[in-house]
Design a binder for this molecule. Sequence first.
Ligand SMILES: [Mg+2]
Length: 182
Amino acid sequence: MKHPRKVLFLDRDGTLIVEKNYLNDANQVEMMPGSVECLRGLRDLGFEFCLVTNQSGLSSRKVELANVTAIHERIKKALASSGVDLLSIYVSQAPSGAEDFLRKPNPGMLLTAAHDYNIDLAKSWMIGDKPIDVEAGRRAGCRTIFFKQPHSESFRFEPGFATAHFECHNWQEVLNTIKEAN
Ligand SMILES: [Mg+2]
């Protein structure tokens, strides 16, 4: 059996790609500066990658499933052009505010991935621009990075939510942080 994998779980909007507020068009996909280079660096350290994204816009019909699929194809293409592959993509379609096991801050997408791909969660990381990303990573037993963006100021850590192990402001910091802690 292959050794358990170590994975970086990636939030999508505002982390891997630029936040566009209910993105519904693959032509609007814009990779976050430095993200692809960072993932390539982490790949060289033996990390693999899973995208874990809440898309409540699917249940509220602000976003269409075919477009989400096209968006993810676009992201995979952008990564593949630099030699980076995604192990898998997990999407929660649960409505905003729903108490659903797969919807972050719950850890369901990460735990499902761990089961599907033999992932060592203790050696894995979760990164995202919202406290719910950090909380999902914590609940799954991963180390966590709060990817703090100008818009992150408007997000609050709910009472009971843990803070992140690390806080980074750009992808170069992410690479350095994981490198040092690895
Ligand atoms: Mg986000």
